[in-house]
Design a protein around this ligand. Structure first.
Ligand code: NAD
Length: 359
């Protein structure tokens, strides 16, 4: 039983299911909007076109230049387009990069934002916006950043390639794992975190072999929603600090970096996490044999993901710099953040070693 906690849920309208994209016209009407600017990455421009078709061409336009880590110059261009085209809403369709652009534009010019996530990153349900300018990633949190409506359509995740399915799913699990030991966690968040981890840990091994398994796609998206909720409600710790540093300052890919770092970050914190939480986490991870770090090692092997920062392009000579950046302005963490073990954590992640309990 928790003795004291604060739980302040974010307002969210969430539509979940199969074929739910067809509910977009009604959701726009609900917001009194009829001329949205549709946002996507270049790779998902055809999805933006299909939104235009669904809305019978009644859109302000399409802006398909969303990029990872929300570069400020891209946001400024999208704001200019939205203003020039007199858009009255934003519809973002895609992963965290497109959703980030939608949030950044909505926050700057005040347009309501409907988001249609197609990965498991979880940004759609958080009031957090990370932006990059001159190689530095900064993060702000404001209730106005939250999208007005989230439409989860399981069908849209069927095209997510097997590799990104795996890493994006682990990215979601990272939110939930850090939410379990957050300084401001609470019983509701822990329930969401554990069920989110359970759903993803069951679905990802199936999806690595059968990417179009509908039932597992549904579980994974449901799990991702729960994990995103966790991210949106409680503070994150060393794992997210390391990934923000590696992504923002070394331009490493988001989901893949989370995947490599997560078992090492958990083993770093394990000695300082409530044993009951570690046991509950282990229970949510098949193959853990009661040891959550082992459970993550087993899961990552079974879904065949890259385990090293080296293969993601991170250089050995940058380990010290990354450790220095991770130690500057550290996030609250259950264990003191110290140079020597953090450097070793990054070294192990760089080398692609299995996580071990001796950090
Ligand atoms: P992403 O949005 O960059 O997508 C990766 C690639 O996959 C893109 O090329 C995209 O076009 C493609 N893609 C996406 N969905 C697809 C689908 N269903 N089928 C085929 N291709 C598809 O990657 P991401 O991991 O979802 O998001 C990463 C970004 O999100 C980072 O910038 C990260 O910082 C941000 N993020 C923010 C928050 C937050 O709360 N602010 C949370 C999580 C992630």
């Amino acid at each position: 039983m928790a003795s004291h906690f604060v739980y302040s849920p974010n307002p969210a309208r969430v539509i979940f299911g199969t074929g739910t994209l067809n509910e977009l016209p009604a959701e726009l009407s609900r917001l009194n909007a009829g001329k949205p600017l549709v946002l996507s990455t270049p790779g998902q421009a055809s999805r933006a076109e299909s939104i235009s078709n669904l809305l019978q061409g009644k859109i302000a336009g399409i802006y398909s230049k969303a990029r990872m880590h929300t570069p400020v110059n891209v946001t400024q261009e999208a704001c200019e387009e939205a203003t020039k085209m007199q858009a009255d809403a934003l519809v973002s369709i895609g992963g965290g990069s497109t959703i980030g652009l939608g949030k950044a534009v909505s926050f700057r010019i005040g347009l309501p934002h409907i988001t249609i996530p197609t990965t498991y990153a979880g940004s759609e349900v958080t009031p957090v916006l990370g932006e990059t300018e001159n190689g530095v990633k900064t993060t702000k949190s404001d209730p106005k950043i939250l999208p007005a409506t989230v439409i989860y359509d399981v069908d849209l995740t069927l095209t997510l390639p097997a590799g990104l399915t795996a890493t994006s799913g682990v990215n979601a699990m990272a939110h939930a794992i850090e939410g379990l030991y957050a300084q401001n966690t609470n019983p509701v968040i822990k329930l969401m975190a554990l069920d989110g981890i359970r759903a993803l840990a069951e679905a990802l091994p199936v999806l690595s072999k059968q990417p179009s398994n509908k039932k597992s796609r549904e579980s994974a998206l449901y799990g991702a929603w729960l994990c995103g909720q966790v991210l949106g409600h409680v503070g994150m710790s060393i794992h997210h600090k390391l990934c923000h540093t590696l992504g923002g300052s070394f331009d490493l890919p988001h989901a893949q970096t989370h995947t490599v770092v997560l078992p090492h970050a958990l083993s770093y914190n394990a000695p300082n996490i409530d044993p009951e939480i570690m046991a509950a986490l282990a229970k949510a991870l098949p193959g853990s044999e009661g040891d959550a770090v082992r459970g993550l090692n087993v899961l990552l092997k079974s879904i065949k993901v890259d385990r090293s920062l080296k293969t993601l392009g991170f250089k050995e000579e940058d380990i010290d710099k990354a450790a220095e950046l991770a130690l500057a302005k550290p996030y609250w963490n259950p264990r003191k953040v110290e140079q020597t073990p953090v450097r070793e954590l990054i070294r192990r992640a760089w080398a692609g070693e299995d996580a071990r309990a001796d950090l």
